[in-house]
Design a protein around this ligand. Structure first.
Ligand code: SF4
Length: 307
């Protein structure tokens, strides 16, 4: 069966819509949805500076290239990239290398920030110190803080991430399963600006993970195709498997979860409105308590290190 839009052979059968798309129509299909999503999330005013979180993986590399192409048409909007080095010796250095090379190729500024510099512990040390904990519980908190801090330091108005549709649907389900409605209400993209917190953009949030992968492959984008050695201990993996099963028997489930969430979001945000954040007494970053979550965890690690 040829592409639905021309006579070329298809590269993808889009199960949730039934469409068959050739290479060029598939690339255009992805780009159109990314542009629409970005337009829905933000009105880019002259002088806007966007920092994209670039790990060097397929999602963030695709997001960086796509955003670069979108903002290239605008001389008054600037894009730069931030790479967070978690300190995972067998995994991160290659991603950092890819991120550096991609930024050099695109001619955009690149800032590297590490957990060693923000919280004083690399993830390899965290795993050795707290062997029973789920590493991503530490890493997620440290990454949010590092990305926000670096974005503020480079004067970014927004932080864009490469979060795809699968990640987004997983995050929604995980928060529902945990009953964490506060966090559910706070998931990005962010329309409001909180003091000290750089709002998030998620231009790939309606693009399934497999489509991002195919997009990066078909365009020959450089990316580090590897999995973190600590990923298998992540709770997210269970939700990813459940979602994959649901999508298999009922194509369109991920879209339905995200679009249901988007419809409920204004009500959640009204009912669970967050107050202005406090300032962490230890590091000065935004916090909901006396200490921010990253400092709480690094104090715990310091105790484990001296026990
Ligand atoms: Fe960090 Fe977990 Fe991601 Fe590894 S899988 S980089 S530990 S959040």
């Amino acid at each position: 069966m040829p592409c639905d839009k021309c006579a070329e052979p298809p590269v993808l059968w889009v199960r949730y819509s039934g469409a068959h798309l050739c290479r060029d129509h598939f690339l255009a299909f992805v780009e159109k949805r990314v542009r629409e999503e970005l337009r829905r999330e933000v009105d880019l005013k002259p002088g806007t500076r966007i920092a994209v979180g670039l790990s060097g993986g397929k999602d963030s590399s695709s997001a960086t290239v796509l955003l670069h192409e979108i903002v290239s048409a605008r001389r008054d909007v600037e894009l730069l990239a931030i790479t967070v080095d978690e300190g995972i010796a067998s995994y991160r250095p290659k991603g950092v290398e890819v991120a550096r090379a991609l930024c050099a190729k695109l001619g955009i500024e690149h800032r590297l920030i590490s957990y060693r510099e923000t919280v004083g512990f690399e993830m390899d040390a965290v795993v050795a110190l707290d062997a029973d904990a789920i590493p991503c519980g530490y890493c997620g908190v440290f990454r949010r803080q590092a990305l926000n801090r670096a974005a503020r330091e480079v004067g970014a108005d927004f932080v864009a991430t490469g979060l795809n549709l699968d990640d987004t649907a997983q995050s929604i389900l995980m928060n529902v399963a945990r009953g964490d409605v506060d966090r559910l209400a706070r998931l990005g993209p962010h329309e409001t600006v909180q003091p000290g917190l750089v709002p998030r953009l998620q231009p790939l949030r309606m693009i399934p993970e497999k489509e991002v992968y195919l997009y990066a492959m078909l365009r020959g984008l450089p990316f580090h195709d590897a999995t973190c050695p600590y990923a298998e201990r992540a709770q997210r993996g269970r939700f990813s498997a459940i979602l994959a099963q649901l999508e298999e028997v009922s194509p369109g489930t991920r879209h339905a979860i995200v679009s249901t969430y988007d419809q409920l979001r204004p009500m959640l945000q009204e009912k669970f409105a967050v107050g202005a954040p406090r300032t962490c007494s230890r590091c000065g970053e935004p916090a909901s308590d006396d200490l921010c979550k990253a400092c709480e965890l690094s104090v715990r690690l310091a105790k484990l290190a001296t026990a």
